[in-house]
Design a protein around this ligand. Structure first.
Ligand code: DPX
Ligand code: MG
Length: 569
């Protein structure tokens, strides 16, 4: 029977829409409220189902997939599943990723009959709480109550998510997934972008000229929303080259401006940044901020907040001191600005003077006990144009940010949400979409324990991720912010865990590196293992943490400890 002759259902409608917007893998955990829906998604020839170990991991795997693919989907069951998946949905919201969270829901007859249902809070007939919760953490939440409404609501949620670069929520009752439904119209109605308003674009350009006029030391500061805004990276390089000025990059945007570009002056992260970024931003008399996020972490506890009037280009608007322009697309704005600016290399001349000398890197001998610095040295050596480096919350942030990315290398970090354990499922989701790249994860022992089960899906789907698990026996970043016995954790035999996950038919490798030579050998094994993950437990001393982490920790602790202002306590 051809697809056209087949009876079409709500589940088929969703499947068709997901496939047509570019979804190739859908992440799922089954439950009786979503089983019919899963059958429909499975039946679509362009969709591959990826089972996850739990819904937290499922949502974080989808979060990582959205980083690679631009959009993702996570399908879970009611409450017991969805409420766990809200965490990864929150990550997608704060990291600006369109993740489509789909939850099965109770049979439509049950609400009216005031039934008490399993997987619910137990109030007879009151099941809207999940939809109401989802409204807070998505840009558009829809709960389908009648099959006839499904096309309109599904299209509305997906379009909102794609335009806002935020997650959306779609609830489909268990008895509607298989209900008859019309077929979808052209996908352009859902995916076509909104273009700039010409008058606003022109006015913003004039305002930019005014902002830059007379400025001798303009600097560009790149933030993580540059990539999330979709396709403005090339325009940014064009603008930078037209201006000839210094370009500094926020830590969460590392890699969004090429680090081998002569105008790259380092990661702007206050006292823990790289190159001469901090000095250049402090010296600037005009700062063009592109997709920047100034939060307590990126400003090192508010100590690195630029204090001059800013020009801020966002995904769909631009603001200046004293003026705001809505519906100005970032890419279009940067492109038009690059045609009107004049070249001024004064900041690059200054950078030439401030630029730190290259550091002499000590190479450890094979038998030397492993150190954090030696791990960085060895990881730096494997970064190539096809590598994507995931760095987990913890000292891995600071170690990763210190590295130099060769052209083409990608860097993924979750600095706004900062959920420990994110990197394992997120790297899994990412690598499924980018099998041609080498995905490397740097993750601490504490983070790994949160989502370790998802390594078993890497084994199951034969995904060759290299996991460098840095075992410093505890929550070291927390030690630096505020120490207590709660920062110690139970040690595991991490390498042996891979045998558990292999379960007789997997081929993943688990290795332990106590010395520099053992790490070099393990990295070699990881490079040769193409049909499953390699986990390398890198043991380091408990006190072996970066200078940057300690410095940053002190400032963040001070920001956390500010006493309530008068009248607040
Ligand atoms: C916590 C953090 O071992 O890394 O390098 O030892 O710090 P380091 P680990 O992975 O430990 C991580 C730990 C406990 N943060 O130091 S960063 C609080 C926290 C969080 N996310 C969630 N729960 C607690 N960030 C989900
Ligand atoms: Mg640790």
């Amino acid at each position: 029977m051809s697809l056209l002759q087949k009876r079409f259902t709500v589940g088929d409608y969703l499947a068709e829409r997901l496939a047509s917007i570019g979804i190739r893998h859908h992440f799922v955990v089954p439950g009786d409220y979503n089983l019919v829906l899963l059958d429909k998604l499975q039946a679509h020839p362009d969709l591959t189902e990826i089972g996850c170990a739990n819904e937290l991991n499922c949502s974080l795997a989808a979060e990582g997939y959205a980083r690679a693919n631009g959009v993702s989907v996570c399908v879970v069951t009611f409450s017991v599943g969805a409420i766990s998946a809200f965490n990864g949905t929150g990550s997608a919201y704060s990291e600006n990723l369109p993740l489509i969270l789909v939850s099965g829901g109770p049979n439509t007859n049950d609400a009216g009959q005031h039934h008490i249902l399993h997987h619910t809070l137990g109030h007879g007939g009151e099941y809207s709480y999940q939809y109401e919760m989802a409204q807070k953490i998505t840009c558009c939440a829809v709960a389908i109550a009648r099959a006839e409404e499904a096309p309109r609501l599904i299209d509305r949620a997906i379009r909102h998510a794609l335009l806002a670069r935020k997650p959306c929520y779609i609830e489909i009752p268990t008895n509607l997934a298989g209900a008859a439904c019309v077929r979808p119209g052209p996908v352009s109605a859902v995916i076509d972008p909104v273009v700039s308003d010409n008058a606003a674009l022109e006015a913003a350009g004039k305002c930019a000229a005014e902002y830059l006029s007379g400025k001798l030391k303009p600097v560009i500061l790149v933030g993580p929303k540059l990539r999330r805004s979709g396709g403005a990276e090339a325009e940014l390089v064009k603008l930078a080259e037209a201006m000839g000025c210094a370009v500094a990059v926020q830590p969460a945007a590392k890699g969004m401006f090429p680090e081998d570009h002569p105008q790259f002056v380092g990661i702007f992260w206050g006292q823990v940044g790289t190159g001469a970024a901090d000095a250049m931003v402090a010296w600037a008399d005009a700062l063009i901020c592109v997709g920047t996020v100034f939060n307590d972490y990126s400003t090192v506890g508010w100590t690195a907040m630029p204090d001059i009037p800013l020009m801020v280009a966002e995904m769909d608007h631009v603001t200046f001191p004293g003026a705001h322009f809505s519906r100005v697309r970032m890419g279009e704005f940067l492109a038009s600005l690059s045609t009107q600016v004049t070249k001024n290399d004064s900041t690059m001349i200054e950078y030439g003077r401030l630029k730190p000398d290259p550091v002499m890197i000590h190479t450890a001998s094979r038998n030397d006990l492993l150190t954090r610095k030696e791990i960085i040295r060895q990881v730096q050596a494997i970064l190539g144009k096809d590598t994507t480096l995931f760095v987990e919350t913890g000292d891995s942030w600071f170690n990763g940010v210190q590295m130099t990315l060769p052209r083409g290398a990608q860097f993924e970090i979750e600095m706004q949400w900062g959920h420990i354990g994110w990197s394992i499922p997120a790297a899994f989701g990412y690598a499924l979409r980018h099998p041609e790249r080498r995905t490397v994860v740097m993750v601490g022992d504490g983070s790994f324990q949160v989502t370790a089960q998802e390594v078993s899906q890497m084994v199951r789907y034969k995904v060759p991720i290299t996991i460098l698990l840095i075992n410093n026996r505890g929550y070291t970043i927390e030690v630096e912010i505020h120490d207590g016995s709660y920062n110690r954790i139970k040690n595991w035999n991490y390498a042996l865990l891979m045998e558990v996950f292999n379960g007789g038919d997997g081929v993943a490798k688990g290795l332990k590196a106590d010395t520099a030579g053992e790490l070099a050998d393990a990295i070699q094994v990881a490079a040769e293992t193409r049909d499953g993950p390699t986990l390398v437990e890198c043991t380091i001393d408990q006190d072996d943490c970066s200078r940057e982490l300690i410095t940053w920790g002190h400032f963040v602790a001070a920001a956390n400890a500010r006493p309530p202002r008068e009248g607040q306590a």
